[in-house]
Ligand binder design. Structure first.
Ligand code: NAD
Length: 480
């Protein structure tokens, strides 16, 4: 078959109004950080500096928490629920109006393909605000008690893999339930949170209801330990989640944790193979595999392994790696040199422990951080690549002979965030899902998200749920 050549189709960055330096967003305004310190955020596809970002130290965090407290007691808690809902509707509509700007900025700062930021991250972020806007005046009917109350000031810390979407998962339910917010985005992807701060101004949100402080783990730690924060909502790694759980133990603070995963994507012998191959590709190569619920362990029934792998490898040769701003790109840049080093180290452990690596031929750009789509076959349960979260475009393939063996292998992990099941039989879907210890289970699909559907994990994948009615509970003090 002759290769189909695509002409480059880059999205223009002309829509952006980038600044050289960004301040912190505290009490409704952009302000200089008391720390006087800055750090760079770079484009991972080119390694070029995009902007200089303020570093929030202990004093800056205190100012943000003070602003959030004042806004909570003076304005936000005084508003009627329907008035709160109107602000959320307004934010949702502005996100839609400025969708292209958000998508381009997210791709520039994160490295994800514009196709994904445009078609997934930004529309889903707007959908979260619309969904929660609808809840604001119906909390009495959420099954959480007659008059559920907000916590007050919520500290929210998010990772770099879905910067705007994770912001929406956190900020929308917090505001709908009447809390005020201090949000800390990840140090490598602060720009869409800062653009969101402009949206809060544009929506006329009362000052101090949302505050955005930029910085690293140190900034996050100041926020976690601030005595006037009532609740911490964290999404990130299990290691940091455990540190936060230790830090808030014994305090009045409530906490929710959305942590890592090592999901099994189980393909039975009666599965529709072509659809399963699409689901496997979507499960592990979507967002460069920087997905907490990625289907990073493929469990395939032994008798169809050869056929499935042949089709999967062919499909992988069609994945286009390169410029994230190009609308034809399927797999963009790895978010940081640190993450690239982590992926390389774990993949090399796969080689050293005897698994067989395969990647299609692909041209990797000279600048930037890249990793080709990769699968390892001959993986056993003991291999590090079967146990540890790689958080990159690397799939570990294991086999099973009986459904019981599939369940035991799938559950043999400290994590329990998500899983996938591929089969022609509805009864097998039910049998399997009842036995899997995972918070989210997809059947004959993968990586589908909806604001009405609660998301979260068991075991070391976290505490609590985000989204849906269950997600509201985390932001209210009513009966759970
Ligand atoms: P990370 O834990 O290193 O960082 C996450 C955030 O926490 C960042 O903003 C960081 O600055 C901050 N942070 C770091 N140390 C801190 C500390 N001691 N105290 C307070 N804050 C601190 O994680 P990451 O590498 O940015 O993100 C990848 C991880 O996030 C993966 O493990 C992934 O599975 C997980 N994740 C989970 C979900 C989910 O919903 N379960 C969603 C997305 C990502």
């Amino acid at each position: 078959m002759t290769n189909f050549e695509y002409a480059p189709a880059p999205e223009s960055t002309a829509i952006l109004n980038l600044k050289e330096k960004y301040g912190l967003f505290i009490d409704g305004s952009f302000v200089d950080a008391k720390s006087g310190k800055f750090f760079d955020t770079i484009n991972p596809a080119t390694e070029k500096v995009i902007a200089s970002i303020s570093y929030a130290n202990e004093y800056d965090v205190d100012l943000a928490v003070t602003a959030a407290r004042k806004a909570y007691s003076k304005t936000w808690s005084k508003l009627s629920p329907s008035a709160r809902g109107k602000f959320l509707f307004r934010i949702a509509r502005i996100l839609q109006e400025r969708a292209r700007e958000f998508a381009v900025l997210e791709t520039l700062d994160n490295g994800k393909p514009i196709r994904e930021s445009r078609d997934v991250d930004v529309p889903l972020a707007a959908a979260h605000f619309f969904y929660h806007a609808g809840w604001a005046d119906k909390l009495d009917h959420a099954g959480l008690g007659a008059d559920p109350k907000p916590h007050g000031v919520v500290g929210q810390i998010i990772p770099w893999n879905f910067p705007l979407l994770m912001l929406a998962w956190k900020v929308a339910p917090a505001l709908a339930t009447g809390n005020t917010v201090v949000l800390k985005p990840a140090e490598t992807t602060p720009l869409t949170a800062l653009l969101f701060a402009e949206v809060c101004q544009q929506a006329g949100l009362p000052e101090g209801v949302v505050n955005v402080i930029t910085g690293d783990g140190g900034t996050g730690s100041f926020l976690v330990n601030h005595p006037d924060v009532d609740k911490i909502a964290f999404t990130g790694s299990t290691a940091v989640g455990k540190a936060i759980a230790r830090a808030v133990a014994g305090t009045k603070k409530s906490v929710t944790l959305e942590l890592g995963g090592k999901a099994a994507n189980i393909v039975y012998e009666d599965a529709p193979i072509d659809e399963a191959v699409e689901g496997i590709v979507n499960g592990i190569f979507f967002n460069q595999g920087h997905v907490c619920c990625a289907g990073s362990r493929l469990l395939v029934q032994e008798n169809i392994q050869a056929e499935l792998l042949e089709k999967l490898k062919h499909r992988m040769t069609l994945i286009r790696v390169g410029d994230p701003l190009d609308k034809n790109t399927d797999l963009g840049a790895i978010n940081s040199s640190e993450q690239l080093a982590r992926i390389r180290e774990l993949a090399e452990s796969g080689d050293a422990e005897g698994a067989q690596r395969w990647s299609p031929q692909c041209q990797i750009p000279a600048q930037g951080f890249w990793y080709p789509p990769t699968i390892f076959t001959g993986v056993t349960q003991a291999h590090r690549i079967a146990r540890e979260e790689i958080f990159g475009p690397v799939l570990s393939v294991l086999t099973f002979r009986t459904p019981q063996e599939a369940i035991e292998k799938a559950n043999n992990t400290p994590y329990g965030l998500s899983a996938g099941i591929w089969t022609d039989k509805g009864s097998k879907i039910l049998w399997t899902s009842q036995r899997l210890r995972a918070g989210v289970i997809w059947a004959n699909t993968f990586n589908k998200f909806d604001p009405a559907s609660p998301f979260g994990g068991y075991k070391e994948s976290g505490w609590g749920r985000e989204g849906g009615r269950h997600g509201l509970a985390a932001y209210l003090k009513g009966e759970k």
